[in-house]
Design a binder for this molecule. Structure first.
Ligand SMILES: [Zn+2]
Ligand SMILES: [Zn+2]
Length: 556
């Protein structure tokens, strides 16, 4: 079995190089974690180890080791960030294969122990080696690793692997979880650091599918508004969150939003979320300058003096918490019934979207359950923006519900340019690369306009930025356009002087432009040129690629 878009059929075996492949052990379609084995030439690299079921992981890896005729299931392991769905299997992995080297960013190496809080943390050996950011490190002969901050969580990185042979280099980037926007405690991924890499393969997360999010400030205001309304209604608010990331973002929001600053209000932090806050405090020098500056004037999290008060929930507080309206942040895994007790007032439980949290049907006290969006990953437009900035030959989607990933893989703007894959666990993805690197064409800018129907005339208004393109003069040459339907879409074309003079033929031709319509490799609106990045794809007649070859007159 192959992945659902069999790429090997698109490139002749003779031309293809089999230097690259990806065997996903686990792809986080639900909450099973991410664990991917990548092969680059003779090198075998394990990316993330988020498998929750460690016996499954160890069985798979032991088999992989014996197949590879090696005592180890991979040459080394790279961890993108400290969230459980990427790292929770590491301790079992290390215990089973103590000689297997494990690497991550410095911050991630410090946050990793939060994944094993039930166990004595002193017992957890320092098995993770820290790698520097933005500096290439040759981990094996011919194989270089470089880490780039990916937003999302302090320490989270996108991992660039470069494998160099005598003939050429192969480049693969794994995004881990990424976020292009700045959030309060971590700066977003910087696109400009990654442009121009000439990437062959991009393995990317697709948590939010193609959905589009409102601006972050909007998301924050909506949430603050909802919490404010609940407290005005004499309701306490319960916010279950993962130990790292969202919980700390929520605290920073609650401490600095105008609805709450200066208010006589208690914010209680319980369980692993509180431990997560302590871990952040240790990392202060790695947090954004704005946060370090804030922390010079007041404590980052624990503050009983400044209102609203933020405190760690201690056993002696439990009897009274919720008697009057307050806010509680707690672990996404804890039983929320312990807060919603008969002696407390009503509760509003707010669940973050896209994080799996169990809630009961009934609590001892009136309880309302709602969800909110405070995104920690890029939305659909952010995801395609990253892909178009990198323009790899292969795009492999992991990390997201299968329907969301299918929404992404079926986007025409991706299908027309890249070999798109969305593998299930256990299905090998072959990543053939042509002999010469042909980067897919950059996508066109999209212009958004407005449509007005006025009586018998339709007016289409477009921003004048469109005129900055060199092609505008030719398009607007005569001031006349032709419109025609193409499926559900309306295609506009400028009419040239020559076409107007040449009205005798009723079909305008594209004969003097270099485009798929007069390329010798286009037949039946499909590209048949193995040297083209569009090979085997459906093409539009106006399309173009660098492998264009003009159709000779006697061939037409
Ligand atoms: Zn994450
Ligand atoms: Zn994740």
């Amino acid at each position: 079995m192959r992945d659902n878009l069999s790429s090997s059929s698109r490139i002749d075996a003779g031309e293809a190089s089999s230097e690259l492949e990806c065997l996903p052990y686990s792809v986080q379609h639900n909450d099973e974690g991410v664990c991917l084995l990548v092969r680059m030439g003779p090198n075998r690299i394990l990316l993330d180890c988020g498998l929750g079921d460690s016996s499954l992981l160890l069985n798979t890896l032991a088999k992989s080791a014996s197949r590879g005729n090696s005592p180890l299931p991979a040459d080394f392991v790279l961890i993108s960030h400290a969230h459980p769905d990427h790292a929770r299997g590491l301790l079992s992995l290390h215990e089973a294969f103590p000689l297997l080297p494990i690497y991550a960013s410095e911050v991630t190496s410090k946050l990793l122990p939060l994944n094993w809080l039930g166990q004595d943390t002193k017992e957890i050996p320092q098995f993770c080696h820290a790698l520097p950011l933005r500096s290439p490190v040759e981990l094996q002969e011919g194989l270089v690793v470089e880490l780039f901050p990916a937003g999302h969580l302090p320490g989270a990185v996108a991992i660039l692997l470069t494998y160099t042979t005598e003939q050429r280099s192969y480049k693969l980037l794994y995004t881990g979880d990424f976020f292009l926007s700045n959030s309060r405690l971590v700066e977003g991924l910087r696109l400009e650091e990654l442009r121009g890499l000439n990437l062959n393969v991009l393995i990317i997360e697709g948590t939010y599918g193609t959905s589009r999010h409102p601006h972050r400030r909007n998301q924050e205001n909506q949430l603050a508004e909802r919490i404010n309304r609940a407290i005005a209604d004499n309701c306490s608010v319960l916010l279950p969150t993962p130990a790292l990331g969202l919980g700390q973002e929520l605290l920073m929001l609650l401490r600095s939003h105008h609805h709450f600053t200066g208010r006589d209000l208690d914010i209680w932090v319980d369980g692993a979320v509180a431990t997560g806050c302590d871990a952040y405090l240790e990392l202060l020098p790695h947090l954004p300058p704005s946060v370090q500056n804030f922390a010079r004037h007041q404590p980052l999290f624990w503050d009983e003096r400044v209102r609203p008060r933020v405190r760690r929930l201690q056993p002696e507080h439990r009897a009274t918490v919720g008697n009057s309206p307050c806010i509680v942040l707690t672990d996404s895994t804890s039983d929320l019934a312990k807060y919603c007790q008969p002696n407390t007032g009503p509760w509003l439980i707010l669940l973050p979207e896209k994080i799996d949290i169990k809630v009961n049907k009934k609590y001892f006290t009136p309880t309302t359950i709602e969800s909110y969006l405070l995104a920690q990953h890029s939305d659909g437009p952010g995801t395609t923006q990253l892909i178009h900035n990198l323009r790899p030959q292969h795009v492999v989607f992991v990390h997201g519900s299968p329907t969301y990933l299918a929404d992404l893989t079926s986007l025409e703007e991706l299908q027309n340019r890249y070999h798109v894959h969305s593998p299930s666990a256990g299905i090998l993805v072959e990543l053939p690369i042509g002999d010469t690197f042909l980067q897919p064409a950059a996508p066109e800018t999209n212009y958004e306009g407005e449509l007005t129907e006025l009586g018998t005339v339709i007016t289409i208004t477009l921003p004048d930025a469109i005129t900055a393109d060199n092609r505008w003069r030719q398009f607007a040459d005569t001031g006349l356009i032709e419109a025609r339907w193409q499926g559900e879409e309306l295609v506009l074309r400028g009419l040239s002087q020559r076409e107007l003079l040449n009205q005798s033929s009723d079909r305008y031709t594209l004969s003097d432009i270099d485009c798929c319509g007069n390329c010798r490799h286009q037949r039946g609106q499909r590209c048949w040129n193995p040297a083209s990045p569009l090979y085997n794809f459906k093409v539009t007649l106006e399309g173009y690629c660098p492998a264009f070859e003009r159709l000779l007159n006697n061939e037409s």
